[in-house]
Design a protein around this ligand. Structure first.
Ligand SMILES: Nc1ncnc2c1ncn2[C@@H]1O[C@H](COP(=O)(O)OP(=O)(O)OP(=O)(O)O)[C@@H](O)[C@H]1O
Length: 260
């Protein structure tokens, strides 16, 4: 079994709809995957399985050496860092930025009566520095810009020193400066051999940070193509995935796509 993710024949059905069908996918330690596909392709559903938030209705999902369904998900979840809009929506508006990060060590959103020691608060402060948001640590989360929120969420996802980091559309809603700042920070993380395995969901090849290694292309709940970025992210594969003729270019270490 792969160290990080090993999906075999994974499928999800909800109310008569097939959200994912027959997904085979392996993620090894050190790999950084992009998951790309059009709206409704099943990307978030796939990430929810990888995050041990939902179970597949078919197939076997191996996560960090455990098989989903045979393991206590409350043991598994702290080993996985997740940054997603759904999780951000659960953060109370009044929550202080430092608490948004530190509460990840208990797997909760919204600080209440949990006890945090100096190691926890020290780590949260270090991560806020690393993501360039330490000057905001005593601000309320609701007062941050979208770009600042995304960086705080990434700091939170790293709080438990996870073995797998999942990022669901981290650049959504950012302006060009915010996107480029985030891509640079994710590049730094991706290129650090100490970083966990990473999976990043996006709609846009322009958002792929340098240092990412592989890509999974999803359409209608099925894998169109999967493999190393350099050989898999082709105009042909992207055209099939999005259902329109596209050309893909690489400028330096960044990707771009447009209609053919
Ligand atoms: N509980 C549910 N019951 C029925 N259909 C659902 C359910 N949850 C999601 N879906 C459908 O499953 C499909 C895949 O959803 P998912 O959110 O995984 O796609 P996505 O690729 O992340 O899309 P987007 O890019 O728009 O965020 C969508 O068509 C969605 O409407």
């Amino acid at each position: 079994m792969s160290d990080v993710l090993e999906f075999a024949g994974v499928g999800v059905r909800r109310g008569g709809n097939t959200l994912l069908h027959d997904i085979d996918w392996s993620v090894e330690e050190g790999e950084r995957w992009v998951v790309i596909g059009p709206n409704g392709a099943g990307k978030t559903t796939l990430l929810q399985i990888a995050a041990a938030r939902i179970h597949p209705t078919m197939g076997v999902a191996g996560i960090l050496g455990e098989v989903l369904g045979t393991v206590d998900v409350f043991d598994l979840r702290p080993r996985i860092g997740l940054a997603s809009a759904a999780l951000a929506d659960r953060i109370p508006a009044e929550e202080m930025v430092r608490d948004v990060v530190v509460t990840a060590s208990w797997g909760v959103t919204g600080r209440w009566r949990e006890e945090y020691d100096e190691m926890d608060t020290g780590r949260a402060d270090e991560l806020l520095v690393a993501l360039g948001v330490d000057h905001l640590s005593t601000r309320r989360f609701s007062t941050l810009s979208e770009g600042e929120r995304k960086r705080v969420q990434i700091a939170r996802a790293l709080m438990t020193d996870p073995e797998l980091m999942l990022l669901d559309e981290p650049a959504a809603g950012l302006d060009l400066r915010g996107r480029e700042d985030l891509v640079g920070r994710l590049q730094t993380l991706a290129e650090d051999i100490e970083s966990p395995a990473m999976v990043l969901v996006t709609h846009h090849v322009e958002e792929i940070p340098p240092g990412f290694t592989d890509i999974l292309m999803l359409r209608d709940g099925q894998v169109e193509a999967a493999g190393p970025l350099e050989t898999t992210l082709t105009g042909e594969n992207l055209s099939r995935t999005f259902g329109l003729p596209l050309v893909v270019d690489k400028h330096g270490n960044r990707w771009a796509a447009r209609a053919a």
